[in-house]
Design a protein around this ligand. Sequence first.
Ligand SMILES: Nc1ncnc2c1ncn2[C@@H]1O[C@H](COP(=O)(O)OP(=O)(O)OP(=O)(O)O)[C@@H](O)[C@H]1O
Ligand SMILES: [Mg+2]
Length: 300
Amino acid sequence: MELYKKYRPRNLQRVIGNTATVQSLRNMLDKGTLPHTILFHGPSGCGKTTLSRILMKELNCNQIDFHELNCSDFRGIDTVRDIARKMNMAPTGGDCRIWLLDEVHQMSKDGQNAALKILEDTPSHVYFFLCTTDPQKILKTIRTRCCEMPVEYLSENDLKRLIRMVCKREKIEVASDIVDDIVDAAAGSARTCLVLLDKISNLPEDQREGVITSHQADQECIDLCRALINKDSWSKVSKILKGLTVDPESVRWSVLGYARAVLLSGSKPQAYHVITCFEDNFYDSKAAGLARACYEAVIT
Ligand SMILES: Nc1ncnc2c1ncn2[C@@H]1O[C@H](COP(=O)(O)OP(=O)(O)OP(=O)(O)O)[C@@H](O)[C@H]1O
Ligand SMILES: [Mg+2]
């Protein structure tokens, strides 16, 4: 099993960082005042799904009554209707039914509007946990019906603690400069930390650094791809470009691959535009050619 799954904290004491959120959940559970609609928001890999699953156990919810839905898979109001029908049924054995609505910002406006009703008429044996990395995209009317629980990046010390704990239990030996590199590359995400640790754990010492560096390079490319597809500001794009350590022609291939995937998964005119801007190679123009293509992609 992957390390990040194996070491998903099973109870609140084991959750690293996020002390304010953990503490208020603990208090509310102890007092029996946990709100029935909670919105966990914050960056990827820092504990949103983990906290929801811990609450499932704390609330004594049967696995069969725990419904985890990814909102990018369902966009319509049909799913909401289905939930509305099921939520009135009594739990099968445990104390409650829980719906975990993941990536809730991906739900269509119609879906969100339909969801308003089930969030408002939640029966006392039902809990809704909404998770998102992008709370700004959620309707205000939904947000005001939820108790917001921010989840934050882990500090460097917390990430080090996590790596050391896992290394000790798994009997993995890692040099301290590699630990520092992993923490650097993970940029606050516990999941990335454990994914990288997994990758290097089976490699000889002298190949470990390369894996971490290439992960960072991939990440830089993904950040650029996202910015181009979102048509972000030139100041944001130029900042990413300045930090880029990957050679321009490799970046071009990453951008083309990313834009193609976006184009095929839906009709995003910007993806088409990005592809046309990146058609010509950068063999001669190099970094200047890359900068020009990026500029064209977000400005025109
Ligand atoms: N606060 C934490 N303490 C310890 N481990 C953590 C913590 N947060 C995340 N992890 C580790 O990272 C993995 C992924 O975390 P989780 O699924 O909770 O992230 P998430 O916030 O839901 O991310 P995403 O937005 O990508 O869905 C967990 O299985 C666990 O191994
Ligand atoms: Mg999650």
